[in-house]
Design a protein around this ligand. Structure first.
Ligand SMILES: [Zn+2]
Ligand SMILES: [Zn+2]
Ligand SMILES: [Zn+2]
Length: 143
C-alpha cells in the first residue's frame, strides 16, 4: 500500500507522522482510540504529543480514508477504510470490528427533509452499532 500517495491524495503533505498513523490504522481491522494510536507512534516518535496525534487524525479523517467512529460511549475512535464508494459502516462494539455497509438512506432522508421540513440537506452522518456475526453468536452461547 502506498501510504505516501494516499496522504497526498487527501491534499495533505506526506509527513512521516501522517504516514505512520495511516500505516498503523491500515494494519488493523478494528477501530483504535487516539491514545492507542499515540502509544504505537511512540515507538518511532519518542516525543510525539497527544495533541499532535489528535490534529493529524482530524486532518486525515477529512478526506474519508480515515473514518471517525463516534462510539455510543461518546469517545471518538478511528478506522482505516480504502473503499472510495459512498457507503456507511457497521461497527461491532464488542470486538471493535468495522464492516462496510453498502447501504445509504440518503434519498429517503432528503425527501423527508425537503417535503416535511422544507429544508435542504448538505451532508449526512450514518453509522450503525451492534454485534458482529461472531460476537452475536458468542453472546447467544453465553446467555
Ligand atoms: Zn464483534
Ligand atoms: Zn468502509
Ligand atoms: Zn450515505
Amino acid at each position: 500500500m502506498d501510504t505516501n500517495r494516499i496522504v497526498k491524495g487527501l491534499g495533505l503533505k506526506a509527513t512521516p507522522k501522517r504516514i505512520a498513523i495511516l500505516e498503523i490504522l491500515s494494519e488493523e481491522l478494528v477501530y483504535l482510540g487516539p491514545e492507542e494510536i499515540w502509544k504505537k507512534l511512540q515507538v518511532r516518535f519518542k516525543r510525539i504529543g497527544l495533541p499532535t496525534v489528535y490534529r493529524n487524525l482530524e486532518e486525515l479523517s477529512q478526506g474519508g480514508v480515515v473514518i471517525k467512529v463516534i462510539h455510543p460511549n461518546r469517545k471518538l475512535y478511528y478506522y482505516y477504510c480504502s473503499n472510495s464508494n459512498h457507503h456507511h459502516h457497521f461497527v461491532c462494539i464488542a470486538c471493535r470490528k468495522v464492516q462496510d455497509l453498502e447501504f445509504c438512506g440518503e434519498e429517503q432522508i432528503i425527501k423527508e427533509v425537503e417535503d416535511t421540513l422544507k429544508g435542504k440537506v448538505i451532508s449526512h452522518l450514518f453509522q450503525v452499532y451492534g454485534l458482529c456475526r461472531d460476537c452475536s453468536r458468542a453472546n447467544a452461547i453465553s446467555t
